[in-house]
Design a protein around this ligand. Structure first.
Ligand code: SRM
Ligand code: SF4
Length: 636
């Protein structure tokens, strides 16, 4: 058996490894510090607290030099496949108002987050979630995270039911077994939770060549848990609503000819987090590993987890994700090591159909006579603002109709199990609260966009994301319209730093915070998120977005093939061609009206003044000149 940490690492383990070892299976220092009357946890406790589903943050808008930070906790739920019982939704809604910042945040991994909870209220908040059929255990930390699955409740498509079932079972298999969570937050009372499948229970104890650590409280993890976070999804052939290439481990349902479950195709080694200017960190897409029959699936999941557990880098946390192990070893060596823990060869991958992206918005049939309704939540933020009373609408719908929810990997939600006769009542609530249910009425750039929370809650944010993206999308829409590209839309994703929480590296146009009010821009991803984008420019000031994108959009307009999407175009023509076009580009290309613009020369000084003003106002120079001249000519 290869035991975690010691035999695999010759370099000194990182500090977090020591904290895990000394935590008595995730108890200390959290158990002691939660009893103290303080505004925040120590740095050491913060690391262990993550395993319990909470991050310590501060409101960065309220930072004042010399004063204590405005400490608050973020709580994240762990709900495989995005399932939220109605009771849990109502509990979260109430907690957000009573203890949080009044909003609930749907995440990019089908979870909910609450922000702004004070340390003194954390225990009540977690206990409330657990007592209402939820959990935050393992939502963060060096452990298996929320297991994703396509949210659509298609009852007449068995592959979707299998994806849900196995997402739940794999989540159960990899749930920490320590009693710490219930001791600390529920005074030792184990909450009522669904019964584990007997196969899952058996698999947790089944040892194949050291795949589990015998006689440990944590048979799968051991006392050091994983070297880093570990992310899994289960999806069905053709459905990439889960961004399967960005996960550590992805399972794709494979059916028999009679539509029974045969097993799963396995992909591994995806991951997006990176650090600017550190070439040794990179975003990577998952690669095919092979096929596993359904009766062996838990053994294979354990074998992959054990390989990363025992051989993942525990000394350098920037190099600790599974993607680096696979990149360093190559897939063949990785597969052989997994086979040792699996106890037999892995079969060749089965053929899969082409993946598409689905967001499942709007009213749709479940396939059993009932309906489901997908609602778009801009950047996942459930709140009331002006005429859009989204939080009120969702609460009223759940209260009145007692509907279960599936969160989507795109920060949206689906109401499931709707009786057709309730459709008009639900639609009335949405209309009254200003919530658009018909996806064709949502601006497409917004519909397919995502942004991470960034400022003010995220301690790692370099610049704005969630708060900036609505304005930036408006500006991009205006630019496209002006250039005669009214019908075009593409996947835009933005993050406030290179960690990639809104998966910007899989987008057609990715903005990644690189300096205050500046973004690294990624181009060339595809609409179905099966290809990694590439960095095109490093520090684009927010104010120059239009002047930067204008020539690229013009080039796209000139050279695109019919139906070609923006990301595919950038990938096809390549960055050299785009750069060359930009270098030779002079405003004066055909505009939306089809007429050519004309050139006028400016003196150096006037040009510089114009450029400076355009940067300050965040508008293209041509627009300023046209505006100024129109005014002047009208005044004559
Ligand atoms: Fe993330 C850290 C938010 C999905 C990669 N992520 C964080 C923290 C906790 C910041 C911190 O460590 O202090 C952020 C909290 C912000 C806040 O104020 O709430 C944060 N991550 C999020 C969420 C809420 C973004 C969102 O817009 O929804 C997502 C929560 C998902 C969930 O329910 O579990 C979220 N994070 C992701 C994803 C996407 C995914 O998992 O599909 C990624 C990229 C995929 C990946 O892991 O490779 C991601 N988050 C990171 C990383 C970089 C990890 C790495 O390998 O380098 C960090 C930083 C870290 O771990 O050191 C991070
Ligand atoms: Fe924070 Fe960066 Fe993740 Fe955005 S991408 S939430 S800024 S860690």
């Amino acid at each position: 058996m290869v035991n975690s940490v010691s035999s695999s690492i010759t370099r000194k383990p990182s500090k977090v490894e020591g904290l895990k070892e000394n935590s008595n299976f995730l108890r200390e220092p959290v158990a002691t510090e939660i009893l103290q009357d303080t505004s925040h946890f120590s740095e050491d406790a913060v690391q262990i607290l993550k395993f319990h589903g909470s991050y310590q943050q501060d409101n960065r808008d309220n930072r004042v030099k010399g004063q204590e930070k405005d400490y608050q906790m973020m709580l994240r739920t762990r709900n495989p496949g995005g399932f939220i019982a109605p009771q849990l939704y109502l509990a979260l809604d109430k907690l957000a108002d009573e203890y949080g910042n009044g909003t609930i945040r749907a995440t990019t991994r089908q979870g909910f987050q609450l922000h702004g909870i004070l340390k003194k209220n954390l225990k009540t908040a977690i206990a409330t979630i657990v007592n209402n059929l939820g959990s935050t255990l393992g939502a963060c930390g060096d452990i298996n995270r929320n297991v994703m699955a396509p949210p659509a409740p298609f009852k007449n498509r068995p592959e979707y039911q299998y994806a849900w079932e196995y997402a739940q079972n794999i989540a159960d298999l990899l749930t920490p077994q320590t009693g710490a969570y219930y001791e600390i937050w529920l005074d030792g009372e184990k909450a009522v939770s669904g019964e584990e499948h007997p196969d899952v229970k058996a698999a947790r104890q089944k040892n194949i060549n050291g795949s589990i650590i015998q006689d440990s409280i944590e048979p799968i993890y051991g006392m050091h848990y994983m070297p880093r976070k570990f992310k899994i999804c289960v999806t069905v052939g053709g459905d990439n609503s889960v961004d399967l290439y960005s996960q550590d481990l992805s399972l794709v349902v494979v059916l028999t000819k009679t539509k029974n479950l045969a097993g799963f195709n396995i992909f591994a080694g995806g991951g997006l987090g990176r650090t600017h200017n550190k070439e040794e960190t990179f975003a990577r897409v998952a690669e095919p590993i092979g096929f596993v029959a359904k009766e062996d699936v838990y053994d294979l999941v354990k074998a992959i987890v054990a390989t990363q557990r025992d051989y993942g880098d525990r000394s350098d946390r920037r190099h600790a994700r599974l993607k680096y192990l696979i990149a360093d070893w190559g897939v063949d060596k990785f597969r052989s090591k997994v086979e040792e823990y699996f106890g037999k060869p892995i079969q060749a991958s089965r053929e899969l159909i082409r993946f598409k992206y689905y967001d499942f918005l709007g009213w749709q049939e479940q396939g059993d006579g009932k309906l489901f309704l997908g609602i778009s939540i801009q950047n996942g933020r459930v709140k009331n603002e002006g005429s859009l009373q989204l939080k009120t609408a969702l609460k009223e719908i759940v209260t009145t109709y007692n509907l279960p929810i599936r969160l989507t990997p795109n920060q949206n939600l689906l109401f499931c199990e709707i009786n057709p006769e309730d459709k008009s009542g639900i639609q009335e609530i949405l209309d009254r609260c200003g919530v658009i249910a018909d996806p064709s009425k949502i601006e497409n750039l917004t519909r397919y966009s995502m942004a991470c929370p960034a400022l003010p809650t995220c301690g790692l944010a370099i610049t704005e994301s969630e708060r900036a993206i609505p304005g930036i999308i408006d500006r991009i829409r205006k630019l496209l319209d002006r250039l005669g590209l009214q019908k075009e839309h593409f996947v835009i994703r933005m993050t406030g730093c290179p960690n990639g929480c809104a998966r910007p590296y899989m987008a057609e146009l990715g903005f990644v915070g690189s300096a205050p009010e500046a973004y690294q821009v990624w181009l060339g991803g595809c609409p179905n998120q099966t290809r990694l984008a590439q960095p095109f420019t490093d520090k684009l000031p927010d104010s120059e977005i239009e002047s930067f994108l204008e020539p690229i959009f013009i080039f796209f307009k000139k050279l695109k093939t019919p139906k070609e999407r923006f990301g595919d175009f950038c990938h096809r023509v390549g960055f050299d061609a785009i750069r060359e076009f930009i270098a030779n580009y002079r405003p004066g290309e055909p505009t939306s009206s089809g007429k050519s613009r004309h050139r006028v020369s400016l003196g150096d000084e006037m040009y510089l003044q114009l450029k400076e003003t355009a940067e300050k106002e965040g508008r293209p120079m041509t627009e300023l000149v046209n505006e100024a001249l129109t005014k002047y000519l009208q005044s004559l």
